[in-house]
Design a protein around this ligand. Sequence first.
Ligand code: FAD
Ligand code: MG
Length: 351
Amino acid sequence: MKKFLKLYFCIILLLLMSLLAGCSKKKDIVTDSAYMLGTHLNISIWTDDEKEGKQVIKECFRRISEIERKMSVNIKASDVNKINNNAGNFVKVSEDTTKVLNKGIKYTEISSGAFDPTIGRLVKLWGIGTQEEKVPKKIEIDEALKFVNYELLKKKDNNEFKLDKKGMQIDLGGIAKGYAADEVYSILKNKGIEHGVINLGGNIYTLGTKVDGQIWKIGIQDPLEPTGTPMGVVEFSDKAIVTSGNYERFFIKNDKRYHHIIDPKTGYPVQNGIISSTIITDRSMDADALSTSVYILGVEKGLMLIEKMKNTECIIITKDYRVHLSSGMKNKFKIENDRFQIENHNEDNKH
Ligand code: FAD
Ligand code: MG
């Protein structure tokens, strides 16, 4: 019995020692950047194995590149171009593209057509962010509008999609970056990474808490100042935070700003007073589609939509320096620049 007890204590001691050794292993930041999806990407993780950490981030970039090849309108053989070039016929696409298109269709319904994946003709016509950007003639906009209609995007089982009218074009610029961030998050999780920040051109995804167990503080870009100037801070862990703004892609002509978020009803960049809309939720693809949708819907309808959704919050900034928060944001957002003011909205409609 004595011998048994001795062995028992030895095992406990060994277990304790190995646990302590595990704790003392310091996790360091491993970070890497790339340029893909027409934007700057950065992934930072905290790990005790730098070499393995670098490999994991490389794998994430490879996955993003794979998603880009399937969903970019700038890549000839992409799934999106296959659908666009074969309008009138069903086209079989990858599982990845199917997931994004299905989500896009879901958000078209949720946003009553504000978010419209068939916006491609208008995006091309305006060319915002490209060498060809211009203010199109009204007649050109009216013509392009004839080819924007989510009801003519049809789907069948087995990953098949069809645009019903020749000349229609799908564009996934408002949602696919979110999918890419979700996929990166899954890779990191599967590799056992517990702390990280994914930043895909402003689509932020925080993985777990900070390495010291504290909640992440994420700066919200001041839409009126250069990139990197926050106007406020949100505190969240393990959430996706995505912003759509009029300062990301735009040009100015005759003192007027033309940006890249287009109202599918008018064919023009949305002008409703919003200059940025940020969504905080569990998955980045939802946050991405919703940030674009809320921007188009405007403050009132946008807030109403967000209040109806579970685990979803928003911060909308309007050009009069007002900040419109969903009801769950009240204690989670701090203004850091007092030219901005929080506008109080009725909280009664939180479901
Ligand atoms: P968001 O608000 O999330 O999205 C705005 C974008 O959504 C617009 O640019 C447009 O594409 C689309 N959109 C506009 N109005 C609507 C609407 N009513 N409904 C639905 N969608 C709408 N940029 C480059 O310069 N070069 C590239 O090679 C390039 N390749 C890309 C490949 C992929 C797969 C993706 C996802 C993006 C790529 N981009 C590229 C970037 C892209 O053009 C947009 O600038 C970017 O996705 C916009 O993201 P955002 O977060 O700024 O704005
Ligand atoms: Mg978006």
